[in-house]
Design a protein around this ligand. Structure first.
Ligand SMILES: *Cc1c(COP(=O)(O)O)cnc(C)c1O
Length: 237
């Protein structure tokens, strides 16, 4: 089975049914309940019609990767939609991020936390945060590497009253092989467990798993899978 969905108009409902089935059977095999995993529809570089159809089908959690693009689509998201930034956040875009999103999943530096915190103060808003971890070691990927760095950024978030740390996020290595995928996902879970020990409280979310690897992510404890191409088809370039 190809993981790239058929993106002719009208097929989103079918693609969603396939993803739902994959999530359900992964939960079943892992002894987990279906409602322990949220499905995020990644609408980056997808046409507005597909976002509108996703809303008609009842999807409400969305991932976007670029500020400019989210701004252009902003009127399409109803108040009931929850929109997360999953792409890199530049500090000079912190004000936009503070205005646009319910959560930022790509936090990986103390100075980004500080920039976001002061903009949120000005805007009078609050936001959720996920710490992005580079679990693959690939230099092209964003994210903190190593638990020491992760803890530093987590403590900066804890010191920011308008930012609440919800969980950790990672992008696994680009492969279909079980071993490196599971190693990456297990590392994120291990960091989450250690972080809970350091902070003395629960850090509930593990945002991991995408179109090609969500089964292993769920097996390793994912609470939020971010699915783009398997729902919507290939992205516009
Ligand atoms: C693009 C993207 C996704 C979706 O990837 P697919 O393989 O299309 O499902 C998920 N997470 C992040 C951070 C992304 O940038």
């Amino acid at each position: 089975m190809s993981i790239v969905a058929d993106n002719r108009a009208g097929n989103l409902a079918d693609n969603l049914a396939v993803i739902e089935e994959r999530i359900q059977s992964a939960c079943l095999r892992s002894g987990r309940s279906r409602d322990s995993v949220r499905l995020m529809a990644v609408t980056k570089r997808q046409p507005p019609e597909l976002l509108e159809e996703a809303l008609r089908l009842g999807l409400r959690l969305f991932g976007e990767s670029r500020i400019q693009e989210t701004k252009a689509k902003h009127a399409l998201f109803p108040p009931s939609a929850e929109v997360h930034l999953i792409g890199h956040l530049q500090r000079n875009k912190a004000r936009d991020a503070a205005q646009l999103y319910h959560a930022v999943q790509s936090i990986d530096a103390v100075r980004t936390v500080d920039a976001l915190a002061s903009r949120l103060e000005e805007e009078g808003r609050e936001i959720g945060a996920f710490l992005e971890v580079n679990t693959s070691g690939e230099p092209s990927k964003e994210g903190v590497q190593g638990f020491g760095d992760l803890l530093q950024v987590a403590l900066a978030i804890e010191a920011s009253p308008r930012i609440s740390l919800q969980g950790l996020m990672t992008i696994a290595p680009y492969t279909a092989e079980e071993t490196p995928l599971r190693r990456a996902f297990a590392q994120l879970r291990d960091y989450r467990d250690r972080l809970e020990g350091e902070l003395g409280r629960a850090v509930p979310d593990l945002s991991m798993g995408m179109s090609g690897d969500l089964e292993w992510a769920i097996r390793e404890g994912s609470t939020l899978v971010r699915v783009g191409t398997a729902l919507f088809g290939n992205r516009l370039s």
